[in-house]
Design a protein around this ligand. Structure first.
Ligand code: AMP
Length: 429
Protein backbone atom coordinates (compact mmCIF):
# COMPACT_ATOMS: atom_id res chain seq x y z
CA UNK A 1 0.00 0.00 0.00
CA UNK A 2 1.32 3.46 -0.91
CA UNK A 3 0.13 6.96 -0.06
CA UNK A 4 -0.39 7.50 -3.80
CA UNK A 5 -2.81 4.59 -4.03
CA UNK A 6 -4.93 6.21 -1.32
CA UNK A 7 -5.73 8.97 -3.81
CA UNK A 8 -3.90 11.90 -2.23
CA UNK A 9 -2.84 14.76 -4.50
CA UNK A 10 0.72 15.39 -5.70
CA UNK A 11 1.51 18.38 -3.43
CA UNK A 12 0.46 16.31 -0.42
CA UNK A 13 2.50 13.30 -1.58
CA UNK A 14 5.47 15.64 -1.91
CA UNK A 15 5.05 16.83 1.70
CA UNK A 16 4.72 13.22 2.90
CA UNK A 17 7.91 12.27 1.06
CA UNK A 18 9.67 15.24 2.64
CA UNK A 19 8.62 13.95 6.08
CA UNK A 20 10.20 10.62 5.15
CA UNK A 21 7.05 8.51 5.47
CA UNK A 22 7.18 5.55 3.11
CA UNK A 23 3.95 3.67 3.74
CA UNK A 24 0.70 4.65 5.43
CA UNK A 25 0.26 3.40 8.98
CA UNK A 26 -2.73 1.05 9.51
CA UNK A 27 -4.98 3.83 10.79
CA UNK A 28 -4.02 6.02 7.83
CA UNK A 29 -4.69 3.22 5.33
CA UNK A 30 -8.11 2.68 6.88
CA UNK A 31 -9.19 6.26 7.59
CA UNK A 32 -7.93 8.21 4.57
CA UNK A 33 -10.14 6.59 1.86
CA UNK A 34 -13.50 7.15 3.63
CA UNK A 35 -12.50 10.71 4.61
CA UNK A 36 -11.62 11.46 0.97
CA UNK A 37 -15.00 9.98 0.11
CA UNK A 38 -16.61 12.71 2.27
CA UNK A 39 -17.86 10.19 4.81
CA UNK A 40 -18.09 10.75 8.54
CA UNK A 41 -15.47 8.64 10.30
CA UNK A 42 -15.25 7.30 13.83
CA UNK A 43 -11.72 6.11 14.48
CA UNK A 44 -10.29 4.20 17.37
CA UNK A 45 -6.66 5.23 17.59
CA UNK A 46 -4.27 6.46 20.21
CA UNK A 47 -1.24 8.70 19.94
CA UNK A 48 1.66 7.02 18.18
CA UNK A 49 -0.46 5.33 15.52
CA UNK A 50 -0.10 8.17 13.01
CA UNK A 51 -3.68 9.29 13.59
CA UNK A 52 -2.91 12.98 13.08
CA UNK A 53 -1.87 12.42 9.48
CA UNK A 54 -4.86 10.07 9.23
CA UNK A 55 -7.21 13.03 9.36
CA UNK A 56 -4.96 15.94 8.36
CA UNK A 57 -3.86 14.57 4.98
CA UNK A 58 -7.34 13.87 3.53
CA UNK A 59 -8.70 17.06 5.10
CA UNK A 60 -6.06 19.14 3.32
CA UNK A 61 -6.73 17.23 0.10
CA UNK A 62 -10.44 18.04 0.23
CA UNK A 63 -9.90 21.72 1.06
CA UNK A 64 -7.31 22.23 -1.66
CA UNK A 65 -9.25 20.38 -4.35
CA UNK A 66 -12.34 22.42 -3.68
CA UNK A 67 -11.18 25.99 -3.22
CA UNK A 68 -14.00 27.75 -5.02
CA UNK A 69 -15.93 28.77 -1.93
CA UNK A 70 -15.07 30.58 1.24
CA UNK A 71 -11.37 30.91 0.63
CA UNK A 72 -9.58 32.12 3.76
CA UNK A 73 -12.60 31.44 5.90
CA UNK A 74 -12.38 28.70 8.51
CA UNK A 75 -13.42 25.63 6.49
CA UNK A 76 -11.93 22.97 8.73
CA UNK A 77 -11.99 23.02 12.54
CA UNK A 78 -9.88 20.61 14.58
CA UNK A 79 -10.67 20.52 18.29
CA UNK A 80 -8.11 19.07 20.69
CA UNK A 81 -8.18 18.77 24.48
CA UNK A 82 -4.76 20.20 25.32
CA UNK A 83 -2.53 23.04 24.21
CA UNK A 84 0.35 20.70 23.43
CA UNK A 85 -1.76 18.53 21.22
CA UNK A 86 -3.17 21.60 19.47
CA UNK A 87 0.36 22.85 18.81
CA UNK A 88 1.45 19.45 17.48
CA UNK A 89 -1.55 19.03 15.22
CA UNK A 90 -0.98 22.52 13.86
CA UNK A 91 2.69 21.71 13.22
CA UNK A 92 1.47 18.74 11.17
CA UNK A 93 -1.03 20.89 9.27
CA UNK A 94 1.78 23.29 8.39
CA UNK A 95 4.14 20.57 7.24
CA UNK A 96 1.60 18.67 5.17
CA UNK A 97 0.28 21.83 3.51
CA UNK A 98 3.71 23.20 2.60
CA UNK A 99 3.03 22.77 -1.13
CA UNK A 100 -0.63 23.78 -1.00
CA UNK A 101 -2.31 27.18 -0.97
CA UNK A 102 -3.84 26.53 2.43
CA UNK A 103 -3.37 28.60 5.56
CA UNK A 104 -3.84 27.45 9.12
CA UNK A 105 -3.71 28.79 12.66
CA UNK A 106 -3.74 27.42 16.18
CA UNK A 107 -5.43 28.92 19.23
CA UNK A 108 -5.33 27.85 22.87
CA UNK A 109 -5.64 29.42 26.30
CA UNK A 110 -2.93 30.45 28.72
CA UNK A 111 -1.22 32.79 26.27
CA UNK A 112 -2.01 36.25 24.90
CA UNK A 113 -4.86 36.09 22.41
CA UNK A 114 -3.62 39.01 20.25
CA UNK A 115 -1.20 37.13 17.97
CA UNK A 116 -3.80 34.38 17.51
CA UNK A 117 -6.47 36.92 16.58
CA UNK A 118 -4.23 38.73 14.13
CA UNK A 119 -3.42 35.42 12.38
CA UNK A 120 -7.12 34.64 12.07
CA UNK A 121 -7.82 38.15 10.74
CA UNK A 122 -5.36 37.58 7.92
CA UNK A 123 -7.62 34.76 6.72
CA UNK A 124 -7.20 31.05 7.40
CA UNK A 125 -8.65 27.82 6.02
CA UNK A 126 -7.85 25.45 8.90
CA UNK A 127 -8.16 26.21 12.60
CA UNK A 128 -6.76 23.99 15.33
CA UNK A 129 -8.16 24.94 18.72
CA UNK A 130 -8.79 23.97 22.32
CA UNK A 131 -12.43 24.52 23.29
CA UNK A 132 -12.10 27.32 25.89
CA UNK A 133 -10.16 29.78 23.76
CA UNK A 134 -12.24 28.95 20.69
CA UNK A 135 -15.48 29.83 22.47
CA UNK A 136 -13.90 32.96 23.98
CA UNK A 137 -12.81 34.33 20.64
CA UNK A 138 -16.08 33.39 18.99
CA UNK A 139 -18.13 35.09 21.69
CA UNK A 140 -15.99 38.21 21.27
CA UNK A 141 -16.90 38.14 17.57
CA UNK A 142 -13.26 37.60 16.60
CA UNK A 143 -13.88 34.51 14.51
CA UNK A 144 -16.74 32.83 12.72
CA UNK A 145 -17.37 29.11 12.37
CA UNK A 146 -20.21 29.54 9.89
CA UNK A 147 -18.19 28.20 6.95
CA UNK A 148 -16.84 25.04 8.60
CA UNK A 149 -17.13 22.10 6.22
CA UNK A 150 -15.04 19.56 8.11
CA UNK A 151 -15.10 19.15 11.88
CA UNK A 152 -12.51 16.99 13.65
CA UNK A 153 -12.76 16.00 17.29
CA UNK A 154 -9.37 14.66 18.32
CA UNK A 155 -8.87 12.59 21.48
CA UNK A 156 -12.58 12.73 22.25
CA UNK A 157 -12.19 10.51 25.32
CA UNK A 158 -9.75 12.94 26.88
CA UNK A 159 -12.07 15.82 26.01
CA UNK A 160 -14.77 14.21 28.13
CA UNK A 161 -12.33 13.33 30.92
CA UNK A 162 -11.39 17.00 31.08
CA UNK A 163 -15.00 18.14 31.33
CA UNK A 164 -15.27 19.66 27.85
CA UNK A 165 -18.62 18.09 26.95
CA UNK A 166 -20.62 21.32 27.36
CA UNK A 167 -18.02 23.26 25.40
CA UNK A 168 -18.16 20.71 22.58
CA UNK A 169 -21.94 21.01 22.52
CA UNK A 170 -21.65 24.79 22.29
CA UNK A 171 -19.17 24.51 19.43
CA UNK A 172 -21.52 22.16 17.59
CA UNK A 173 -24.19 24.86 17.66
CA UNK A 174 -21.83 27.34 16.02
CA UNK A 175 -20.91 25.23 13.00
CA UNK A 176 -23.21 24.43 10.06
CA UNK A 177 -25.38 21.33 10.41
CA UNK A 178 -24.26 20.14 6.99
CA UNK A 179 -20.64 19.18 7.40
CA UNK A 180 -18.27 16.23 7.47
CA UNK A 181 -17.34 14.94 10.94
CA UNK A 182 -14.30 12.96 12.02
CA UNK A 183 -13.94 11.72 15.57
CA UNK A 184 -10.86 10.10 17.05
CA UNK A 185 -10.73 8.42 20.42
CA UNK A 186 -8.42 5.90 22.08
CA UNK A 187 -11.19 4.39 24.20
CA UNK A 188 -14.92 3.93 23.70
CA UNK A 189 -16.93 4.35 26.87
CA UNK A 190 -20.71 4.69 26.91
CA UNK A 191 -20.33 8.49 27.04
CA UNK A 192 -18.05 8.52 24.01
CA UNK A 193 -20.50 6.42 22.03
CA UNK A 194 -23.30 8.80 23.02
CA UNK A 195 -21.23 11.78 21.91
CA UNK A 196 -20.35 10.03 18.64
CA UNK A 197 -24.01 9.31 18.03
CA UNK A 198 -24.90 12.98 18.54
CA UNK A 199 -22.18 14.31 16.22
CA UNK A 200 -21.62 11.78 13.45
CA UNK A 201 -23.94 10.71 10.63
CA UNK A 202 -23.64 7.10 9.49
CA UNK A 203 -19.95 7.00 10.31
CA UNK A 204 -17.49 4.57 8.81
CA UNK A 205 -15.78 2.94 11.80
CA UNK A 206 -12.07 2.32 11.61
CA UNK A 207 -9.64 0.93 14.13
CA UNK A 208 -5.88 0.96 14.49
CA UNK A 209 -4.21 -2.16 15.81
CA UNK A 210 -6.04 -2.98 19.01
CA UNK A 211 -4.36 -1.34 21.97
CA UNK A 212 -3.44 -4.62 23.56
CA UNK A 213 -1.27 -5.72 20.66
CA UNK A 214 0.81 -2.57 21.07
CA UNK A 215 1.23 -3.50 24.71
CA UNK A 216 2.64 -6.89 23.80
CA UNK A 217 5.84 -5.50 22.24
CA UNK A 218 6.65 -3.50 25.35
CA UNK A 219 8.62 -5.16 28.09
CA UNK A 220 6.77 -4.48 31.31
CA UNK A 221 7.88 -4.92 34.89
CA UNK A 222 6.48 -4.08 38.30
CA UNK A 223 8.74 -3.23 41.23
CA UNK A 224 6.91 -3.84 44.48
CA UNK A 225 8.25 -1.20 46.84
CA UNK A 226 7.40 0.68 50.02
CA UNK A 227 5.83 4.06 49.26
CA UNK A 228 8.58 5.87 51.21
CA UNK A 229 11.32 4.18 49.16
CA UNK A 230 9.99 5.01 45.70
CA UNK A 231 12.06 8.15 45.15
CA UNK A 232 15.31 6.43 46.12
CA UNK A 233 14.46 3.44 43.94
CA UNK A 234 13.71 5.49 40.83
CA UNK A 235 16.93 7.47 41.25
CA UNK A 236 18.87 4.22 41.65
CA UNK A 237 17.29 2.67 38.54
CA UNK A 238 17.96 5.72 36.36
CA UNK A 239 21.50 6.26 37.65
CA UNK A 240 22.66 2.66 37.64
CA UNK A 241 20.97 1.88 34.32
CA UNK A 242 22.56 5.08 32.95
CA UNK A 243 19.26 5.79 31.21
CA UNK A 244 19.39 8.97 29.21
CA UNK A 245 15.80 9.63 28.13
CA UNK A 246 13.16 8.63 30.63
CA UNK A 247 9.53 9.65 30.81
CA UNK A 248 8.18 9.37 34.35
CA UNK A 249 4.50 9.56 35.22
CA UNK A 250 3.11 10.78 38.51
CA UNK A 251 -0.54 11.03 39.48
CA UNK A 252 -0.43 14.62 40.70
CA UNK A 253 1.18 17.90 39.76
CA UNK A 254 2.69 18.26 43.22
CA UNK A 255 4.07 14.75 43.01
CA UNK A 256 5.67 15.70 39.68
CA UNK A 257 7.27 18.84 41.16
CA UNK A 258 8.52 17.05 44.25
CA UNK A 259 10.07 14.20 42.30
CA UNK A 260 11.68 16.58 39.80
CA UNK A 261 13.36 18.52 42.63
CA UNK A 262 14.66 15.32 44.22
CA UNK A 263 16.07 14.13 40.89
CA UNK A 264 17.82 17.44 40.29
CA UNK A 265 19.35 17.38 43.76
CA UNK A 266 20.64 13.86 43.00
CA UNK A 267 22.38 15.16 39.88
CA UNK A 268 19.87 13.95 37.30
CA UNK A 269 18.67 16.64 34.90
CA UNK A 270 14.88 16.67 35.06
CA UNK A 271 11.85 18.85 34.32
CA UNK A 272 8.19 18.60 35.19
CA UNK A 273 5.37 19.09 32.72
CA UNK A 274 1.82 19.58 33.96
CA UNK A 275 -1.21 21.84 33.85
CA UNK A 276 0.13 24.41 36.35
CA UNK A 277 3.19 25.12 34.24
CA UNK A 278 3.08 28.06 31.86
CA UNK A 279 2.98 27.32 28.17
CA UNK A 280 6.55 28.61 27.86
CA UNK A 281 7.79 26.33 30.63
CA UNK A 282 6.10 23.29 29.09
CA UNK A 283 7.46 23.99 25.62
CA UNK A 284 10.95 24.53 27.06
CA UNK A 285 10.80 21.31 29.09
CA UNK A 286 9.67 19.29 26.10
CA UNK A 287 12.30 20.83 23.81
CA UNK A 288 15.00 20.15 26.43
CA UNK A 289 13.89 16.55 26.71
CA UNK A 290 13.74 16.00 22.96
CA UNK A 291 17.21 17.46 22.46
CA UNK A 292 18.57 15.27 25.30
CA UNK A 293 19.52 18.26 27.49
CA UNK A 294 17.10 16.90 30.07
CA UNK A 295 17.28 13.22 30.99
CA UNK A 296 14.00 12.86 32.80
CA UNK A 297 10.65 14.38 31.98
CA UNK A 298 8.19 14.01 34.84
CA UNK A 299 4.63 14.30 33.58
CA UNK A 300 1.02 13.95 34.63
CA UNK A 301 -1.38 12.06 32.40
CA UNK A 302 -3.19 15.06 30.98
CA UNK A 303 -0.01 16.98 30.24
CA UNK A 304 1.60 14.00 28.55
CA UNK A 305 -1.39 13.14 26.47
CA UNK A 306 -0.68 13.67 22.80
CA UNK A 307 2.98 14.63 23.24
CA UNK A 308 4.95 13.51 20.25
CA UNK A 309 8.10 12.01 21.72
CA UNK A 310 9.27 9.31 19.35
CA UNK A 311 11.27 6.23 20.26
CA UNK A 312 11.44 6.45 24.00
CA UNK A 313 13.39 3.59 25.53
CA UNK A 314 12.08 3.95 29.11
CA UNK A 315 8.78 4.86 30.64
CA UNK A 316 8.41 4.66 34.42
CA UNK A 317 5.17 4.84 36.34
CA UNK A 318 6.18 6.41 39.63
CA UNK A 319 2.58 5.81 40.59
CA UNK A 320 0.05 3.71 38.75
CA UNK A 321 -2.87 5.58 37.24
CA UNK A 322 -6.25 4.85 38.81
CA UNK A 323 -7.79 4.63 35.33
CA UNK A 324 -6.47 1.45 33.72
CA UNK A 325 -6.66 2.83 30.17
CA UNK A 326 -4.21 5.57 31.17
CA UNK A 327 -1.62 2.85 31.80
CA UNK A 328 -1.95 1.76 28.18
CA UNK A 329 -1.57 5.37 27.01
CA UNK A 330 1.45 5.89 29.22
CA UNK A 331 3.38 2.82 28.19
CA UNK A 332 2.44 3.45 24.55
CA UNK A 333 5.18 6.11 24.74
CA UNK A 334 7.77 3.39 24.48
CA UNK A 335 8.17 0.72 21.84
CA UNK A 336 6.79 2.98 19.14
CA UNK A 337 7.13 2.26 15.45
CA UNK A 338 8.31 -1.28 16.07
CA UNK A 339 11.18 -0.33 18.37
CA UNK A 340 11.24 -2.19 21.65
CA UNK A 341 10.87 -0.37 24.92
CA UNK A 342 10.66 -0.92 28.62
CA UNK A 343 7.84 0.17 30.91
CA UNK A 344 8.45 -0.06 34.64
CA UNK A 345 5.98 0.59 37.41
CA UNK A 346 6.77 1.28 41.05
CA UNK A 347 3.86 -0.18 42.95
CA UNK A 348 3.18 0.29 46.65
CA UNK A 349 0.63 -1.69 48.67
CA UNK A 350 -2.17 0.86 48.25
CA UNK A 351 -1.91 0.54 44.45
CA UNK A 352 -2.60 -3.18 44.41
CA UNK A 353 -6.17 -2.81 43.15
CA UNK A 354 -5.01 -0.49 40.32
CA UNK A 355 -2.48 -3.12 39.29
CA UNK A 356 -5.19 -5.80 39.21
CA UNK A 357 -7.41 -3.56 37.07
CA UNK A 358 -4.57 -2.92 34.61
CA UNK A 359 -3.68 -6.61 34.33
CA UNK A 360 -7.31 -7.38 33.64
CA UNK A 361 -7.48 -4.75 30.90
CA UNK A 362 -4.32 -5.86 29.13
CA UNK A 363 -5.07 -9.52 29.81
CA UNK A 364 -1.51 -10.06 31.00
CA UNK A 365 0.23 -10.64 34.29
CA UNK A 366 3.08 -8.17 34.62
CA UNK A 367 6.26 -9.76 36.05
CA UNK A 368 7.07 -8.55 39.56
CA UNK A 369 10.50 -7.85 40.99
CA UNK A 370 11.62 -6.78 44.44
CA UNK A 371 14.99 -5.09 44.87
CA UNK A 372 16.96 -5.66 48.03
CA UNK A 373 16.80 -2.66 50.30
CA UNK A 374 13.59 -1.45 48.61
CA UNK A 375 11.20 -4.13 49.83
CA UNK A 376 7.49 -3.37 50.17
CA UNK A 377 6.25 -2.40 53.61
CA UNK A 378 4.61 -5.57 55.04
CA UNK A 379 2.38 -3.47 57.33
CA UNK A 380 1.08 -1.06 54.67
CA UNK A 381 -2.63 -1.07 53.86
CA UNK A 382 -3.66 -2.36 50.45
CA UNK A 383 -6.66 0.00 50.43
CA UNK A 384 -6.40 2.48 47.56
CA UNK A 385 -6.14 6.17 48.44
CA UNK A 386 -9.62 7.64 48.12
CA UNK A 387 -9.88 10.93 46.20
CA UNK A 388 -10.85 12.84 49.39
CA UNK A 389 -7.79 11.52 51.20
CA UNK A 390 -5.33 12.47 48.52
CA UNK A 391 -2.43 13.77 50.51
CA UNK A 392 -0.85 15.25 47.43
CA UNK A 393 -3.78 17.49 46.52
CA UNK A 394 -2.91 21.04 45.62
CA UNK A 395 -3.32 23.40 48.56
CA UNK A 396 -3.94 26.32 46.14
CA UNK A 397 -7.34 25.21 44.97
CA UNK A 398 -8.50 28.79 44.46
CA UNK A 399 -5.44 29.98 42.67
CA UNK A 400 -5.85 31.38 39.18
CA UNK A 401 -6.70 28.54 36.86
CA UNK A 402 -4.27 27.82 34.10
CA UNK A 403 -5.68 24.50 33.06
CA UNK A 404 -5.11 22.69 29.81
CA UNK A 405 -6.85 24.51 27.02
CA UNK A 406 -8.14 26.99 29.58
CA UNK A 407 -8.44 30.72 29.43
CA UNK A 408 -12.14 31.06 28.75
CA UNK A 409 -14.23 33.91 30.11
CA UNK A 410 -17.27 32.00 31.10
CA UNK A 411 -20.51 33.88 31.55
CA UNK A 412 -23.18 31.29 32.13
CA UNK A 413 -23.50 28.97 35.07
CA UNK A 414 -23.21 25.81 33.01
CA UNK A 415 -19.83 26.86 31.85
CA UNK A 416 -18.81 27.73 35.37
CA UNK A 417 -19.79 24.26 36.51
CA UNK A 418 -17.84 22.83 33.67
CA UNK A 419 -14.82 24.92 34.47
CA UNK A 420 -14.98 23.77 38.07
CA UNK A 421 -14.92 20.19 36.88
CA UNK A 422 -11.95 20.99 34.73
CA UNK A 423 -10.25 22.76 37.61
CA UNK A 424 -10.76 19.76 39.87
CA UNK A 425 -9.50 17.52 37.13
CA UNK A 426 -6.49 19.73 36.69
CA UNK A 427 -5.77 19.65 40.41
CA UNK A 428 -5.63 15.91 40.29
CA UNK A 429 -3.35 15.98 37.31
P1 AMP B 1 0.54 10.52 15.83
O1 AMP B 1 -0.09 9.23 16.25
O2 AMP B 1 -0.28 11.25 14.83
O3 AMP B 1 0.88 11.36 17.04
O4 AMP B 1 1.92 10.19 15.09
C1 AMP B 1 2.97 9.55 15.75
C2 AMP B 1 4.30 9.70 15.04
O5 AMP B 1 4.34 8.90 13.86
C3 AMP B 1 4.63 11.12 14.59
O6 AMP B 1 5.99 11.36 14.95
C4 AMP B 1 4.46 11.10 13.10
O7 AMP B 1 5.31 12.04 12.49
C5 AMP B 1 4.83 9.67 12.75
N1 AMP B 1 4.15 9.14 11.55
C6 AMP B 1 2.87 9.37 11.17
N2 AMP B 1 2.58 8.70 10.04
C7 AMP B 1 3.68 8.02 9.70
C8 AMP B 1 4.01 7.12 8.60
N3 AMP B 1 3.11 6.80 7.68
N4 AMP B 1 5.25 6.61 8.57
C9 AMP B 1 6.15 6.92 9.53
N5 AMP B 1 5.91 7.75 10.58
C10 AMP B 1 4.70 8.29 10.66
Amino acid sequence: MSFKSLGLSEPILKAIAKKGYETPSPIQAKAIPPVLDSKDVLASAQTGTGKTAGFTLPLLHILSENQRHHRRQIRALILTPTRELAAQVYANVKEYSEFLDIRGAVIFGGVNQKPQVSKIRQGIDVLVATPGRLLDLESQGLLSLRHVEIFVLDEADRMLDMGFLRDIERVMKLIPAKRQNLMFSATFSKDIKKLAYSILHNPVQVEATPENTAVEVIEQKVYRVAKTKKTDLIIKLISEGDWQQVLVFTRTKHGANRLTKKMISSGITAAAIHGNKSQGARTKALAGFKSAKIRVLVATDIAARGLDIPLLPHVINFELPNISEDYVHRIGRTGRAGASGEALSLVSADETSYLRGIEKLIAQKIPVEIIEGFEPDPNASTEPIKPGQNRQRSPRRNSKHKGEGGGSNSRNSNRNRNRNRRRNNDNRN
